[in-house]
Design a protein around this ligand. Structure first.
Ligand code: KIV
Ligand code: ZN
Length: 498
C-alpha cells in the first residue's frame, strides 16, 4: 500500500508575494477553483492581517471552494490569529498557520529574544489558535538554519500544545538536500509525539535546490509539501507543485501518492502564468514550452521510433494536448464559453459578451485561437478602467530608415497627440508616449514573448518602469508587439501613485 502525501499549495500566499504578481479577489477565486480541480489538499489563501484585500480574499475563497482545507497565515500574535479565524469563518475545512522564527539569526536580530522565550511564544500561539480551530499548523521560520536539537524541542512543544502539522521551512533556500533530509529524519527520530502531527516541507529555491530538498524531506518522513504552481514565489521562488507530483508519478517505486490529477497541471500552469503576468521560463521542468520539444536530430530520430527512448513523461499525462487549438473566427459564443469553462473560467453574461467581441477581433487577425490567447482575453478587462488609453498608434520602421511613431492618447476623455523618432519602433513609440506623459520615468525591464507559435501570434509584453522611487509592473498583449509594448508602458503609468 502506498503512503499519501498531502499537497499544500501556497501560490496564493507565498507565490503571490512576488512584486507585480498580485491578483484581485476574482482572480484569486479563479485560481483557487482550479487548484481544487487539480486536487490539492490545502490552499493557503492569504495572510489576513496583512491587508483588507487579503482578508477579503480568504473569505471569498472559503465560500467558493468545497473540498480543500483553506489555510490562513499568521505571526505568533493574538491579533493576527483573531483576524485569521474571522477570515476563515465560511471555510468548510479550516486551518490556521501560525509560527515564529527559530534560528539564532531570527531570535537575536528579529525578536531580540532568547530560545526559551521563543518556545513559550510558539506554544502560546498554537494554544490560542486551537481555541478557534482544531487544525493548527505551526511554522518554525528559518528552520533550515536552526540547529536540529533546538528545533526538535520547538517541534515537541508545539505538538504537545496541539499542532496538527509542523512546517519546517528552509526560508532562505540555504540547505543542501542531504542536510534538509537529515533534519527531517532527526525530527522523526527525536521528537516525542511526532506521530501525532504531520511534518511539512517548505523549501525556497535560492540555490536551485527547492525540489531536491522537498524530495529529501519526503524520503525521510515528511508527509506534506508546501509548493506553488510554476514554482513562483519571492526571489528564486518556492518548490514547484508540478515537479513533486510528477517525480512521485514517475518514480512509483517510492510508494508515495498524491491526490493530484496530473492532467490538470498544464492548464493550471497556464492560468497562473497568465493571471499573474509571470512568464514561465521555456526550459522549466514539466510546464516550460520546451519541456517536451526534442530538437537534436538524434533525439528526434529516437522519439519517432519510440517515444520512450527520450521521453520519461507522456505530455498528455500533464494535460498538454496538441489538439487544444480549437477556436477560429467561425466558433460561436457557446464554444468560447465551453473552452473557458474547461480552463476553469466561468464568466457572467456581460463579461462573456465582451470577451467574445475581443475574441472575434483577434480571430480576424489570427487564424487559430489557442488556450493562452483565451486566457489573455479573459483577463483583459483589468485595463478597462484605466485613465489613460491608446486612441491610435502609427509606426514606420524598416532597414535603412529611422523609425517614427505618431501616438494618440485618451486621458480621462481628453485627447493628446505626439510624434517622435527613435532607434527602433518601440523606442519611437515610447518617446512619443513620454512627450505626452512628461514625467521622470525609467524603463527598468522589458520582455517580449510570443504566446505560442506562428507569425500571426499574440505578443505578451512585461515591463517594469521606475517612477518617483517605486517600480511599477505592466503588461500588454497584442498581435502587434509595438502596440503591446505601449500598452504595457501605459499599464505601468496607470498604476503610478500620483
Ligand atoms: O518561507 C517561510 O518561512 C514562510 C513561512 C511564513 C511559512 O513562508
Ligand atoms: Zn516561504
Amino acid at each position: 500500500m502506498s503512503d499519501r502525501l498531502f499537497i499544500f499549495d501556497t501560490t496564493l500566499r507565498d507565490g503571490e508575494q512576488v512584486p507585480g504578481c498580485q491578483l484581485n479577489t476574482v482572480e484569486k477565486i479563479q485560481v483557487a477553483k482550479q487548484l481544487e480541480l487539480l486536487g490539492v489538499d490545502v490552499i493557503e489563501a492569504g495572510f489576513p492581517i496583512s491587508s483588507p484585500g487579503d482578508f477579503n480574499s480568504v473569505i471569498e475563497i472559503s465560500k467558493a471552494v468545497t473540498w480543500p482545507t483553506i489555510c490562513a497565515l499568521t505571526r505568533a500574535v493574538q491579533k493576527d490569529i483573531d483576524v485569521a479565524a474571522d477570515a476563515l469563518k465560511y471555510a468548510k475545512h479550516k486551518r490556521i498557520h501560525t509560527g515564529i522564527g527559530t534560528s539564532d539569526e531570527h531570535i537575536k536580530y528579529k525578536f531580540n529574544s532568547n530560545r526559551e522565550e521563543i518556545i513559550e511564544r510558539a506554544v502560546a500561539a498554537v494554544k490560542y489558535a486551537k481555541k478557534y480551530v482544531d487544525d493548527v499548523e505551526f511554522y518554525a521560520e528559518d528552520a533550515g538554519r536552526t540547529d536540529n536539537e533546538y528545533l526538535a524541542r520547538v517541534v515537541e512543544a508545539v505538538i504537545k500544545a496541539g499542532a496538527t502539522v509542523v512546517n519546517i521551512p528552509d526560508t532562505t533556500g540555504y540547505c543542501l538536500p542531504s542536510e534538509y533530509g537529515e533534519k527531517i529524519k532527526y525530527l522523526m527520530e527525536h521528537v516525542d509525539g511526532i506521530d501525532r502531527a504531520v511534518i511539512s516541507t517548505h523549501c525556497h529555491n535560492d540555490l536551485g535546490m527547492a525540489t531536491a530538498n522537498t524530495m529529501a524531506g519526503v524520503l525521510n518522513g515528511a508527509r506534506q509539501v508546501e509548493v506553488t504552481i510554476n514554482g513562483i514565489g519571492e526571489r528564486a521562488g518556492n518548490t514547484s507543485l508540478e515537479e513533486v507530483a510528477m517525480i512521485l508519478k514517475c518514480h512509483k517505486h517510492i510508494g508515495i501518492d498524491t491526490n493530484i490529477n496530473t492532467q490538470k497541471i498544464y492548464p493550471t500552469s497556464r492560468m497562473v502564468s497568465s493571471l499573474m503576468n509571470m512568464p514561465v521560463q521555456p526550459n522549466k521542468a514539466i510546464v516550460g514550452r520546451n519541456a517536451f520539444a526534442h530538437s537534436s536530430g538524434i533525439h528526434q530520430d529516437g522519439v519517432l521510433k519510440n517515444v520512450q527512448t527520450y521521453e520519461i513523461i507522456d505530455p498528455h499525462d500533464v494535460g498538454i494536448d496538441d489538439n487544444s487549438i480549437v477556436l477560429t473566427a467561425r466558433s460561436g459564443r457557446a464554444a468560447l464559453k465551453n473552452r473557458l469553462h474547461v480552463l476553469g473560467i466561468d464568466l457572467e453574461q456581460d463579461k462573456l459578451d465582451k470577451v467574445y467581441e475581443d475574441f472575434l477581433k483577434l480571430a480576424d487577425k489570427k487564424k487559430d485561437i489557442n488556450d493562452d490567447d483565451i486566457l489573455v482575453l479573459a483577463g483583459a478587462d483589468r485595463s478597462q478602467n484605466h485613465r489613460i488609453k491608446v486612441d491610435y498608434l502609427q509606426v514606420t520602421s524598416g532597414v535603412g530608415v529611422h523609425s517614427v511613431a505618431s501616438l494618440g492618447l485618451d486621458i480621462s476623455g481628453e485627447k493628446f497627440e505626439a510624434c517622435a523618432s527613435g532607434n527602433g519602433p518601440v523606442d519611437a513609440a515610447i518617446k512619443a508616449l513620454k512627450k505626452i506623459i512628461n514625467r521622470q520615468m525609467t524603463l527598468k525591464e522589458f520582455t517580449i514573448q510570443a504566446i505560442s507559435k506562428g507569425s500571426d501570434d499574440m505578443g505578451k509584453v512585461h515591463m517594469q518602469v521606475e517612477y518617483d522611487g517605486h517600480v511599477y509592473y505592466g503588461f500588454g498583449a497584442n498581435t502587434d508587439i509595438i502596440a503591446a509594448s505601449v500598452e504595457a508602458y501605459i499599464d505601468c503609468i496607470n498604476k503610478f501613485k500620483l
